[in-house]
Design a protein around this ligand. Sequence first.
Ligand code: NDP
Ligand code: MG
Length: 385
Amino acid sequence: MKKKIAILGSTGSIGTQALEVIDKLNSDFEIIALSAGSNVNLIAKQAEKYKPQIISISTKFDAEILQKRFPQIKILYGEEGLLEICQNKDIELILVAVSGKAGLKPTIEAIRNRKDIALANKETLVMAGEIVMKLAKEYNVKILPVDSEHSAIFQCLSDRKDVNHIIITSSGGPFRTATREEIENADLKSALSHPRWNMGKKITVDSATLMNKGLEVIEAHHLFNISYENIKVVVHPQSYIHSAVEYKDGSIIAQIGIPSMHIPIQYALTYPERKEGIETESFDFIKAGKLEFFEPDHEKFPALKLAFEAGKRGGTFSVCLNAANEEAVFAFLEKQIKFTDIYKITKNIFDSYKSIDNPTINNIIEEDEKIRIMTKEYIKSKGNL
Ligand code: NDP
Ligand code: MG
């Protein structure tokens, strides 16, 4: 029996790599639905190749273009379109690979409709990790991590009660060896030149500030129900060790492999089975030679500590962190602010923020919107900081 799957964000970096994984495991999956933001050309090509029953795209305008071209496919649009995919009776597994806050509502809707989730979108857990994990338990739904570090930890966690701590590795990003001055003057091109991973723009900029690692710490806290005190971050520039778990007896179990997102994506899609996939190259210990490990430089990359702080404080502090950071990253991508302003803006909004305890999902969505407006106004009022 083929597993019936939907990919939300099939035109992105994770989405396209997921389709490559599925191409190789062709007889195991049936693609019921795909979704895109604005890349009409690519989703049209995917529609021709995979012949899904449903497609969703961001705007009504693009949906009408697609509907004319593909009369046999149900074409949906906007947030409602994503939610309708999540309600589809046939779909068993949904890969949530949209970027940013767009992942939250579909993930919740998918859980409520008892779909297993392969979760790439980390912002969902940063914003509403407690609610999402509780709902998943209530509806008996699996949340399978796609983020490489979390896939690694998931694979290393054999006996949760005996865990001492988890170790999340970080490549250190493009500015690992840069001076403070170089970071101060970093332009968009250099921030988007990640040494190890080819990813969407938002996560690539987050990797350069190390906010990505901070978001991953919060993601790990929720996914694995582990306290912030027991999460360590280690910089490992070669990105062969994807993360590790240390047990009470001192044993450390790490997951190792070439830096390829195909592997964690595939494991989330085929779990609990392992299959021969498209990666034919395996990690070669001898060729790899020296593996290095460093303490994160909190002076140069203060975002990581801010994320720990947001996570530990709880309430809606991580909603604030996520929204302010995302808006600041968008402003940087639009060349409205400097690279180092991303952190300054996020920190400024965070410091003046009053959190809500035990938020509902509606509280979270309202706070998120409020913080985004505040951040945009702050950026407008300050110009270049
Ligand atoms: P991309 O920017 O490459 O892709 C994002 C996808 O989401 C695209 O298909 C895009 O459509 C779609 N999209 C964006 N905004 C919306 C919206 N408002 N409504 C509907 N669809 C939307 O991002 P990545 O693939 O790199 O990342 C996706 C998620 O996975 C992120 O949350 C990221 O943090 C996480 N992740 C990514 C990793 C990676 O290696 N790339 C690693 C670990 C986690 P379109 O392009 O058509 O506009
Ligand atoms: Mg990651």
